[in-house]
Every structure is written in C-alpha cells, then in structure tokens.
Design a protein around this ligand. Structure first.
Ligand code: TMP
Length: 207
C-alpha cells in the first residue's frame, strides 16, 4: 500500500514548521506511521548540500546553480527517505518540496521555468505530493517574524521585492493546481491556522 505525501510550502516566517509538528503529533496520536522531514535536507547527503545553500552571502549562487543544488539534494532525499517511507505506507510530511524551487529560484529568481519543469520530470519522476498546503502571509509580515526567530538567513536577506515575487509565485501554483494545493491563511492565530490545516488534511484523506 502506497502512503500519502503532504508538503508544506510558503515564504519565510509563515509558521510552517510549527504547524507541521502539530500535524505530525496529531497523526501519530491517531496511530499513523508518520515521517516528518524537510527540504533542502532530510537525508544525510541532502543535509550536507543544505549547508551550502542556506549559509553565506545572498548572491553566493545564481538561481540556476541553486536549482541544481536543490535538485541534487531532493533526489537523494527522495531515494533514501521519501520513497521508502511511501512504499511502506507511511504518511510523509515534508517541510518544503518542489514548489519552493518554482517559487524561490523561478518566480523570485531567474531560473527558467523550462529547466525547473525538466528537472521535475526527470528527477521527481512522478513523486509529487498528494496534497500541498501553501501557507500565505504578506511578505513583510513573514520577514519580520523570521528575523525575530533567527536561523538560516541567506534567503531572508534577499530583499522585499524578491519575497513578494515568490509569494505571488506560490499563489500562482495553487491557482493552477487546485486539486493538489490548498492555500492556508497563515496570518491568523496558530490555533486557527491549525484548524485550517486539519480541515484540509482530514477532508483530503477522509480521516
Ligand atoms: P527553511 O528555512 O524553510 O528550512 O528553508 C531553507 C531555505 O531554503 C528557505 O529560505 C527557502 C529555501 N529554499 C529554496 O530556495 N528552494 C527550495 O527548493 C527549497 C526546498 C528551499
């Protein structure tokens, strides 16, 4: 039996990581086999590549180089963690996945959509999420939250215009793929956001 693959997407400071942990707790308490993972990273090799991506100067890599590094990490993560978990019937919750590349490197940066689409075809080879929750928050609000939180700052330092473009990029993805994607208003209180998350997940998987 194949498991279920749920990705959490959105800009900086949208509260994804808190929400994904709450969902993992809820599903684990209900008896499901849950794998909570993240990108870039999620496997030892991909975590090594993550260090290259999230540290250093904002212009350390071009958008195309970033795309290739993201996809090298993603392939390792898929081969070693995500596909084996899905094959044994687990629910995989992934904090960011391929839509982040479309939004950050494509809409925010200047990586060609044709390159990203080709990588999706060949590298994902059909391993796409069953459900994607897109956490939406005004870019300025999210960046302020992220600055207070600290942590990996390379992408946060790219400027408000970049973050507004990637917010629009995420919303465009959700509009084009309404069957896979549900937009969550992340500006609400954590409890209200979790209610929306649970509503989307329980509806989609009939829980
Ligand atoms: P995190 O802060 O959510 O752990 O993610 C690390 C950073 O990596 C975040 O600023 C978004 C960025 N990122 C991309 O630019 N492209 C991608 O494909 C992924 C997965 C993340």
């Amino acid at each position: 039996m194949r498991g279920s693959f749920i990705s959490f997407e959105g800009g900086e400071g949208a509260g994804k990581s808190t929400q994904i942990r709450s969902l993992a707790d809820r599903l684990t308490s209900a008896g499901f086999d849950v794998v909570l993972t993240r990108e870039p990273g999620g496997s030892p090799g991909a975590e090594t590549i993550r260090e290259l991506l999230v540290n250093g100067e904002a212009d350390r890599w071009s958008s195309v180089t970033e795309t290739l590094l993201m996809y090298a990490a993603r392939r390792d993560h898929l081969e070693r963690v995500i596909r084996p978990a899905l094959d044994r019937g687990a629910i995989v919750l992934c904090d960011r996945f391929s839509d982040s590349t479309r939004a950050y490197q494509g809409a925010g940066g200047d990586a060609p959509a044709s390159l990203i689409a080709a990588l999706e075809d060949h590298v994902l080879a059909g391993s796409i999420p069953d459900l994607t929750l897109v956490f939406d928050i005004p870019a300025a609000v999210g960046l302020e939250r992220a600055a207070n939180r600290g942590g990996a700052a390379r992408f946060e330092s790219k400027g408000l215009d970049f973050h507004e473009r990637l917010r629009a990029g995420f919303l465009t993805i959700a509009q084009r793929e309404p069957t896979r994607c549900v937009v969550i208003d992340a500006a609400d209180t954590p409890q209200a956001v979790f209610d929306s998350v649970w509503d989307a997940v329980s509806t989609r998987f009939d829980l």
